[in-house]
Write a protein that binds this ligand. Structure first.
Ligand code: MSK
Length: 671
């Protein structure tokens, strides 16, 4: 770290393009999040979760002193009202869960509203791209897909089905009683556990609102009861809000199947109008992709002297258009300011979530138009900031307006400031649950059985979902890569989404060839036979629900236990930063998954709450939280967890056989 309080690029990232662009930004005197992370220290009280701000008599701060920690002083910490550290920490944590779940599920609501408008003929620019998925999803809602005509069953009209599905799906947000329909998609034993522990959500919105009520001053003062509501709310997001959003997006835009793509800042073009679509919601970005391919927009680009358009994604909007259209990814969350620093971006078009406010400031140093598009996500600052509101009933018209705004800005590009790094990487992406099934068994025999067989015989040791953000407090990309490389080296197949998937793409882990270089012998053999990478890109952070459905398929395929908690599987978020990640982590834990974090939850000010999350939750839900700042050590804890699950299933011996190399076999033969 340098004395003038700027980040040392080589210390904060392992990605070459990021390092180069950070040097460029610093040479130009432009500040990025990497520098701000050096300048601004984190608050110790906040990081431990022991600051209570729920009434105006505080904030009350309850620091965990060394003497309390060591037991030489009694723990008499209390807020003005008497709130204990347990209550304060649990309240803060479940408020994060509520915010995270609300974000993903509100995104989901928008998708379902547009789907409904489409089904009723009010959003004519959208259509049904995957009718097979529509009919499958109709089955989950109990909507008939055939109609009886005499003795015959004939397929029902797809638009009729879509209308019924849309009405039922939308009702899940406001449902007040009973339980959410999609919970039944979980393995029966997992569902039974939720019944027993009383965490089945009634409605998506209701559980979020109830968290806000319970955490108001003077309501719920039992940390176990508070955390239970956090668990309930998380299921409403993971198994309903997010899962329905993924399903409906697949119906409207197509279910992803393996596809190739390119990643990193080097994808930007010197000769084309560069448009970056950033955020999470594919409703607009799908239309921008469609708009740039229309003859009038192609002509428009020529008219401004450009060779066409380059639409590249950023954050999870990138994952959405990548998996369905093969559109390139410019970068992840931490690279958003650096994309503008290339001086070659005509428009940074944002929808919702993970958009840094500093984009407004950094855009002012260049010609870049910072275009906000959602009524719930405007930006006040910056002379280059423009708001062009998205409206689903005229989606293509809005997209064309944005494309024109970008094209008109092409002439303002200052060539003396253009600096596009050369780094790009090829990758294979788009492994939806359906695609994995197809890959393993083909069109007629699509099945997870071959995966289970290879887990049982020990070629594959286990499965790990590695997901989540990059965080400016940890080394960019490296925390993901170190953990993932350790896992695949030890024959654990990795399912990845979000910015973690992007780190893998940039490092070349998302190609089938990566198996020979990085995977252990068992996993490498399976990857080579089936033709898949050792790390499977499953989509955006919303698509973590795909990991739940894939894990459910593994349980259904048999031989690996009855509930998700039985599987030799784990989850990890080595560099998480957003509240959405807390919501996601909790839905995995509540579903029975061991979750390893590389950045701590704000809970360590209450050892009692820590014990509940890291130990007691396993008894309740079968899954638990864990934390290790060292990614390799974190990976080893995941391996130990997977081995314990293998032992409980009685398949640990098979694993030992596969691990024997030639020398081991020769020893046995000699004996
Ligand atoms: S974009 S939530 S930084 S994964 Fe989904 Fe990346 Fe995390 Fe945003």
């Amino acid at each position: 770290m340098s004395d003038d309080k700027r980040a040392v690029p080589e210390d904060v990232s392992c990605d070459k393009a990021t390092i180069k662009m950070l040097h460029v930004a610093q040479d130009r005197g432009e500040e990025t999040i990497f520098d701000r992370a050096v300048k601004m220290k984190q608050c110790n009280i906040g990081t431990e979760g022991i600051c209570c701000k729920v009434c105006s008599q505080g904030p009350c701060r309850l620091p965990l002193t060394k003497a309390i920690k060591e037991g030489t002083e009694p723990d008499n910490r209390k807020g003005l009202c008497g709130a204990t550290p347990e209550t304060v920490v649990a309240r803060n944590l479940i408020r994060q869960i509520a915010a995270g779940c609300a974000s993903h599920s509100d995104h989901g609501r928008g998708v379902v509203e547009t789907f409904r408008a489409m089904a009723y003929g009010e959003a004519k620019d959208y259509t049904i791209k995957d009718e097979i998925k529509l009919r499958e999803v109709a089955g989950f809602f109990g909507v008939a897909t055939t109609v009886k005509q005499g003795d015959d069953e004939t397929p029902r009209d797809k638009w009729e089905i879509a209308r019924e599905v849309a009405d039922l799906a939308l009702g899940q947000w406001g449902q007040q009683q009973g339980e959410l329909i999609y919970l039944k998609r979980a393995p029966q034993a997992t569902y039974d556990r939720w019944t027993k522990t009383g965490v089945k959500p009634r409605g998506i919105d209701r559980e979020v609102v109830e968290i806000m009520h319970r955490t108001h001053m003077g309501v719920d003062q039992d940390y176990r009861n508070l955390l239970k509501q956090g668990a309930r709310c998380s299921l409403g997001n993971g198994w309903a809000g997010s899962m329905m959003a993924t399903d409906i997006q697949d119906i409207m835009f197509g279910t992803p199947y393996p596809n190739t793509g390119t990643i990193n800042l080097g994808v930007l073009s010197h000769n084309k109008v560069n448009i970056i679509v950033h955020g999470h919601d594919p409703l607009l970005s799908e239309m921008i992709v469609a708009a740039v391919h229309t003859p009038d927009m192609i002509e428009y680009a020529k008219g401004v002297g450009a060779e066409g358009y380059l639409v590249a994604g950023m954050c999870c909007t990138a994952n959405e258009i990548l998996v369905r259209h093969g559109m390139p990814i410019a970068g992840d969350y931490l690279q958003q300011e650096l994309a503008v620093v290339t001086g070659a971006v005509e428009a940074m078009v944002v929808d919702v979530q993970c958009v840094m406010e500093n984009l407004a400031n950094i855009s002012e140093c260049y010609h870049t138009k910072f275009i906000t598009t959602m009524p719930i996500a405007k930006c006040f600052s910056g002379k280059n900031t423009v708001h062009i509101e998205f409206e689903e009933h005229h989606a293509l018209d809005v997209a064309k307006k944005i494309v024109k705004e970008a094209a008109d800005n092409f002439k303002n590009r200052d060539q003396s400031k253009v600096c596009i790094p050369s780094e790009t990487n090829r990758m294979v992406v788009g492994f939806s649950t359906e695609a994995i099934k197809y890959h393993l068994g083909g069109t007629f025999r699509g099945s997870f059985v071959p995966l289970n067989d290879n887990i049982i015989n020990g070629r594959i040791r286990g499965i790990c979902g590695v997901v989540g953000c990059n965080n400016a407090r940890a080394e960019h990309d490296e925390v993901h890569l170190a953990l993932i490389k350790e896992l695949i080296r030890n024959d654990v197949i990795v399912l990845t989404t979000g910015c973690s998937a992007m780190a893998c793409g940039k490092a070349g882990l998302l190609t089938p060839e990566a198996a020979a270089v990085y995977a252990g012998p068992g996993l490498a053999e399976v990857c080579e036979t089936v033709g898949i990478p050792p790390v499977l890109h499953m989509g955006s952070c919303l698509d973590n629900s795909r990991i739940l459905t894939a894990a459910t398929e593994v349980v259904k395929a048999g031989g690996l236990g009855k509930e998700l908690a039985d599987l030799p599987a784990a989850g990890a978020a080595p560099g998480w930063m957003s509240e959405k990640a807390v919501g996601i982590g909790q839905y995995f834990v509540t579903s029975g998954v061991y979750v390893m974090l590389g950045i701590p939850l704000a809970i360590y000010g209450s050892p009692v709450v820590v014990k509940h999350l890291e130990e007691d939750m396993e008894e309740l839900y079968g899954g638990r939280w864990d934390y290790d700042p060292d990614p390799v050590s974190g990976a080893r804890k995941i391996l130990a967890h997977i081995d314990a699950k293998r032992k409980a299933l009685g398949i640990d011996q098979a694993r030992e056989r596969v691990l024997m190399d030639m020398a081991d076999r020769q020893k046995i033969e000699a004996a």
